[in-house]
Design a protein around this ligand. Structure first.
Ligand SMILES: [Zn+2]
Ligand SMILES: [Zn+2]
Length: 344
């Protein structure tokens, strides 16, 4: 079968790998579509994962083989799955912090989403796999995992009716956050970015204010929009660590800042620390997704609650993953979500 193997930094090769064998408690899917995530790009272009490896985790596929103990799935079922399952019993899991579980990052689908066929192990089948109804396209189904990740972070944002929410960075994740904030009842959703293309997309999906940070001073704009009060909730959805200090300067008293991005560079930032005590602000980190957010993510898509048409801008075949990454990372291009398909 075909798979896109990352050998070393920026070295992706389409190769013929053996199709995975399955056990009695597993299924094999044919990959229909797999979203290209910012973290895939970071891993391919950086040193954070052991290579060679097959990346890709926003996957939808069709069951083509199933083990003899599998009764709740049929051949032909279209399913989504994800890559990490917690143990549910350790210190962290017992406290509800499933994504910090020691087991979490040790398990994966085989070999990864950017492959023609994928083995879904027993644990993944039990906890992370869901059938997708016919009114959700393959391309849309790849968004279930990122939607679930955003829901995981937003749980801690505790958005209430009438809240104002600022999303800093409106790539796919930022635009999903913006739409989910509206669904959760936020009355003013403000987005900021350097890309006018992305800001216009955000306005099209229902955001109320778009701030182009190359043209305007974000702090004074936010002050104006919120009558000097500051925003109730801020989501940082761009990998620039200095946004954390900006956010501290824009969040209202007792407001919440959700840090959704990883920061590879400039890890140390300077903050106005006085705001924690007298203003009761919170900065909350969030990583990945637990099994508990997938049903809600699936339901939102099936009920057509999210505008996905404005978000999915490009589809590439599996053997053009390198080109897809080049396009995705070129600031001059008009691009949001890129989907990889095994067949086009
Ligand atoms: Zn992702
Ligand atoms: Zn655990």
């Amino acid at each position: 079968m075909k798979a896109s193997v990352c050998y070393k930094k920026n070295d992706l090769r389409t190769e013929d790998l053996p199709t995975p064998e399955i056990s009695d408690n597993e299924v094999l899917i044919k990959m229909l579509a797999c979203g290209l995530c910012g973290t895939d790009i970071q891993k391919i272009r950086g040193d954070s994962v052991t290579k060679p490896t097959v990346l890709g985790h926003e996957v939808v596929g069709q069951i083509v083989k199933k083990g003899k103990n599998i009764n709740n799935y049929q051949l032909g079922d279209r399913v989504i799955t994800a890559i990490h399952v917690p143990c549910f019993t350790c210190h962290y899991c017992n406290k509800g912090h499933y994504t910090i579980c020691e087991q979490f990052r040790t398990n994966n689908i085989d070999p990864g989403g950017f492959a023609e066929f994928i083995r879904i192990p027993e644990l993944h089948l039990k906890h992370l796999t869901h059938k997708v109804s016919d009114n959700v396209t393959d391309e849309e189904a790849t968004l279930i995992e990122p939607i679930a990740c955003c829901l995981h972070g937003l749980k801690q944002a505790d958005i209430r009716p009438d809240d104002s929410v600022l999303i800093m960075g409106v790539g796919t994740i930022g635009i999903l956050h913006a739409q989910l904030a509206k669904i959760k009842g936020a009355n003013k959703v403000i987005v900021s970015d350097m890309s006018e293309y992305k800001l216009q997309k955000a306005l099209k999906v229902g955001c109320d204010y778009a701030i182009n940070i190359t043209e305007k001073d974000i702090i004074s704009e936010v002050n104006q929009i919120t009558n000097g009060q500051g925003v109730d909730v801020i989501v940082i959805a761009a990998g620039v660590s200095s946004l954390v200090s900006d956010a501290v300067n824009m969040v209202r008293r007792a407001g919440r800042i959700i840090v959704f991005s990883g920061f590879d560079k400039n890890k140390l930032v300077t903050l106005d620390a006085s705001r924690f005590f007298k203003d009761e602000i919170s900065i909350i980190g969030t990583y990945s997704v637990t099994p508990y957010e997938f049903p809600e993510a699936l339901d939102l898509l099936e009920k057509r609650k999210l505008n996905t048409d404005e978000m999915i801008t490009h589809v590439f075949p599996l053997d053009k993953l390198s080109e897809a990454i080049d396009l995705s990372t070129d600031p001059k291009q008009s691009v949001l979500k890129v989907i990889i398909k095994s067949e086009i």
